[in-house]
Design a protein around this ligand. Structure first.
Ligand SMILES: Cc1cc2nc3c(=O)[nH]c(=O)nc-3n(C[C@H](O)[C@H](O)[C@H](O)COP(=O)(O)O)c2cc1C
Length: 425
């Protein structure tokens, strides 16, 4: 067992990380009117100070048509000064700065993206809810260019790395999956056609990344839904990505529209989600409070530490030429060590750094450290309408959380603890 490897530097393409911990892209919802804020900077500085090798600013859209939230940033000149300040502050703490680039496709609403939402095919997305239209080939070509321009923008903003979001049923994965891609042209039908958009984007991204920006791609090992990408197809997608000689592939799974808890692990606190939703979503609030109805839309995925490990090991056997980055269910120093022992060089963490930005420091001091994140997913439920915060931090800062919400959180925490125990038997 190489106990020190966790804290050794790693060469990720052209950049050197001080250790193996990366703060995963976890949407902060801390921008205002799509502009970066001090709150966004402070959060990333706190995890950089807490010792991560690199922190990832989440869910930046390559243009306004790819934005799902008002609290999300997108590529535009006006954001540059604030982003430069953010990356400089991260660098001052000794960490590298990465940014996730993507396009939400149909996971938005006209009021937010200022146009009819777009996707691979025409349809209706119940999740928003919204009708969406099929992209024309000319528009696809423009979006590909936008990904390249976004890389230049990120370099100018001081980022060291870009992470292309090709999973979770956002636009790139809406093209890859048969469930959402019903096209009959060169972007639909065969596997080769469905990955064409991804391949064109990666050609463009690598061209613009030159030799000074690291590029990682977050992909789905499988979609975990009807007509979604299977493990076999997920491996084929990862092999396509590897052909571009990107510097790392992040192995995730699940889709936001059909299997969100596969991505996150555990259960969604539905009452909490409804509680923070604005009154204008009264119908959704009402539906979320109907026992059983909400669980059908967001079914629980029993939480297990390192919940993607078995599938990630299958990919490890298949993909040899690009470093694979583990993500999913890291709770403790022992989990981090296991990832190294399994032969991964790097990994990403989200939940534990929301509760405890000093997680890395604590693991360095005590290899058996456990963050004590009990996986109620309060942070996720809150993130949709307010900001990404842990209930413990919120209450410590004096914000009140109603009794019935606290009760739901405790119930889900107990459920997650039980499923962790059962998974160890
Ligand atoms: C509050 C929250 C927001 C998230 N937002 C994103 C996102 O914007 N993009 C993404 O690729 N994954 C997102 N994720 C998923 C995480 O990046 C990560 O893949 C997942 O939480 C598993 O890691 P963990 O077990 O260490 O939390 C989010 C997770 C959380 C908890």
């Amino acid at each position: 067992m190489e106990s020190n490897k966790l804290f050794t530097p790693y060469q990720l393409g052209p950049i050197t990380l001080r250790n193996r911990f990366i703060r995963s892209a976890a949407f902060e919802n801390m921008a205002r009117d799509n502009m970066p804020t001090k709150e966004l900077m402070d959060y990333h500085v706190s995890v950089a100070r807490g010792g991560v090798g690199m922190t990832t600013v989440a869910y930046c859209a390559v243009d306004i048509t790819g934005v799902s939230f008002n609290g999300q940033i997108y590529v535009r000149e006006e954001s540059l000064p604030a982003l430069r300040e953010l990356t400089a502050a991260i660098h001052a703490e000794g960490a590298k700065a990465s940014i996730q680039l993507g396009h939400c496709g149909n996971m938005t609403h006209r009021a937010t993206c200022h146009c009819m939402p777009v996707s691979a095919s025409n349809g209706f997305n119940l999740y928003s809810p919204t009708f969406h239209r099929r992209l024309k080939v000319k528009e696809i070509k423009q979006l590909v260019k936008n990904f390249g321009k976004a890389v230049d923008f990120c370099r100018e903003a001081g980022f060291d790395c870009v992470e292309i979001h090709a999973g979770h049923s956002y636009l790139i994965s809406q093209f890859i999956g048969k469930r959402t891609n019903r096209r009959h042209d060169e972007y639909g039908g065969s596997f080769e056609n469905r990955v064409r958009f991804l391949n064109e984007i990666l050609d463009e991204v690598m061209l613009h990344a030159k030799d000074d920006m690291a590029v990682v791609v977050k992909t789905n090992m499988w979609d975990d839904c009807w007509r979604g990408v299977s493990i076999e197809e997920g491996i084929k997608v990862a092999k396509e990505i590897a052909k571009h000689k990107v510097h790392g592939i992040v192995l995730s799974g699940g889709t936001v529209s059909a299997s969100p808890m596969t991505i996150l692990g555990g259960a969604m606190p539905h009452k909490t989600l409804a509680y923070y939703m604005p009154k204008s979503f009264w119908w959704l609030k009402a539906a979320l409070n109907i026992p059983g109805a909400a669980a059908m839309v967001m079914p629980t995925s029993p939480f297990k530490e390192l919940y993607f490990m078995e599938k990630a090991k299958i990919f490890q056997k298949e993909i040899k030429d690009v470093p694979l980055i583990y993500v999913g269910g890291v709770q403790s120093g022992a989990n981090c060590q296991r990832i190294m022992d399994e032969g991964f060089e790097l990994f990403q963490i989200a939940h534990v750094l929301i509760k405890d930005p000093d997680f890395v420091k604590h693991v360095q001091e005590n290899p058996n450290y456990h963050a004590g994140c009990c996986r109620s997913n309060y942070c996720v439920a809150r993130m949709y309408t307010l900001d990404m915060k842990c209930h413990e931090c919120v209450m410590r800062d004096g914000e009140k959380i109603p009794e019935r919400i606290q009760k739901e959180i405790k119930k889900l925490e107990a459920k997650a603890r039980k499923s962790v125990e059962e998974s160890k038997k």
